[in-house]
Ligand binder design. Structure first.
Ligand code: SDX
Length: 393
């Protein structure tokens, strides 16, 4: 009706792309990082080893691993002016807005790592971003609770020292609970990459203009913040809490979801690709039970989540729409047991996703077939018409 021939967008390099990094079978609930099943990596590997695997395509040798860890460690401290910059945001700011700004600002503090065409500077930006992401994320929490930035302790592991930088009191000896260190390491592995999800696509299309790594990942962080994407883990906790505060009536909430009350969705359920149980959700669910029981925490929200899942998995409304728990359904319960508030849940998702974003940006930049992202459209607007002067309208 527009009088124009519609343009079939068809295959564009932003709608689909080739990648060697992650494989998902949504019907079978399969997730592989560079061919390795997520279940094996979550059970046997470490976050930095998985980061190396995603970025470089193979499991590192001992020398490759130790060299990578040492290079990441060496870049953990941030410039004092960067700390001041992060300190200018209101303490009540949502940490995802601060994280996106902080990662983008890395380009101004570390210009020596910006050249996207040099393997050497790309590798420098890679280790610098992985390292600073942990300092930025810990500082997001510290700012919200009014505590100072803690400097890194290179003698500790990435996750162990992240928990220390986040929760330790200055000058007091702090030993992170090894159960929590292992649990968080596993959670970061589970979040490390996920094929062409919304935020990874944003990182790729931003980088396709040859924008630097920090600018591209900053855009990805912004995309992740949405409640339909990474922001869902925070929304799940708020959903569980609201059910608890309404006399824990799970069935009433399920009815509100099925009646499609405005804004009422079963957060942490459903997925664009998984039309079966998200394999990550299964691991997180088991981990939630293990962590809470070892810590002796009887969290009523876990019981509410379990009841929601049990009802939804046997209710036709959800079964017919192939809605299953996704990675965000149980993670918040574990993060809360670690001492994080809900606003920090999505930054933790972003911390875990850093290696995946970096790997996908590097793969896109190195692919000679990559063109600048330029989706087309089907035009449904007005046919051509002549301008009418203001006094004649
Ligand atoms: C992540 O892509 C990735 O890989 C993402 C991610 C990653 O690792 O990067 O896995 C991380 O983002 C996981 C998803 C986190 N988001 C949530 O948990 C938010 C709640 N979920 C939904 O909003 C929804 O399921 C999406 C956005 C995740 C997926 O949406 P789809 O596939 O586009 O589904 P849809 O919106 O087309 O809905 C299909 C039907 C609709 O009902 P009908 O119109 O057919 O009657 O299912 C319903 C929807 O209303 N539906 C839900 C629902 N999700 C879909 N109904 C209630 N609760 C839900 N959660």
């Amino acid at each position: 009706e527009t009088g124009y021939v519609t343009y079939d967008p068809g295959f564009t390099n932003t709608a689909q792309c080739e990648s060697k990094i992650t494989f998902i079978d949504g019907d079978e609930g399969v997730l592989l990082y560079r061919g390795y099943p997520i279940e094996q990596l979550a059970g046997k590997s470490t976050f930095l080893e998985v980061a190396y695997l995603l970025i470089h395509g193979h499991l590192p040798t001992v020398d490759e691993h130790d060299g990578f860890v040492e290079r990441v460690n060496r870049h953990t401290l941030v410039h004092e002016d960067f700390r001041t910059f992060m300190g200018t945001f209101p303490r009540t700011s949502h940490p995802m807005a601060v994280m996106s700004s902080a990662v983008s600002a890395l380009a101004t503090f570390y210009p020596e790592s910006l050249d996207p065409y040099s393997e050497e500077t790309v590798e420098l930006a890679t280790v610098l971003l992985l390292a600073k992401a942990r300092t930025i994320t810990s500082y997001l929490h510290r700012r919200r609770v009014g505590e100072p930035l803690l400097y890194p302790d290179y003698s500790r592991g990435y996750v162990d020292d992240f928990l220390r930088m986040t929760f330790a009191v200055p000058y007091e000896q702090y030993e992170a609970n090894p159960i929590l260190v292992h649990a968080l390491d596993q959670l970061l592995i589970l979040h490390a990459d996920h094929e062409q999800n919304c935020s990874a696509s944003v990182v790729r299309i931003t980088g396709s203009s040859h924008a630097n790594l920090y600018a591209s990942v900053s855009a990805g962080i912004s995309a992740l913040s949405g409640p339909l994407h990474g922001g869902a883990n925070e929304s799940v906790l708020r959903m569980l809490t609201s059910i608890q505060q309404n006399d824990g009536d799970v069935k009433k909430f399920i009815s509100r979801v099925k009646n499609k009350e405005a804004g009422v969705r079963l957060m942490g359920f459903g997925h664009r690709v998984y039309k079966n149980y998200d394999p990550r959700a299964a691991i997180v669910k088991d981990q939630a039970h293990a962590v809470l029981s070892i810590l002796g925490i009887d969290d009523p929200l876990l019981a509410i989540a379990m009841e929601l899942e049990e009802i939804a998995l046997s209710d036709d409304y959800f079964v017919q729409r192939r809605l299953y728990p996704n990675v965000d359904f149980y993670t918040g319960i574990i993060y809360r047991a670690m001492g994080f508030e809900p606003a920090m849940f999505t930054p933790l998702f972003a911390l875990g996703r850093m290696p995946g974003w970096i790997a996908q940006w590097r793969e896109m930049m190195l692919d000679p077939k990559t063109k600048i992202g330029r989706p087309r459209q089907i035009y449904t607007g007005s046919p051509v018409r002549d301008y009418v002067p203001l006094d004649e309208r």
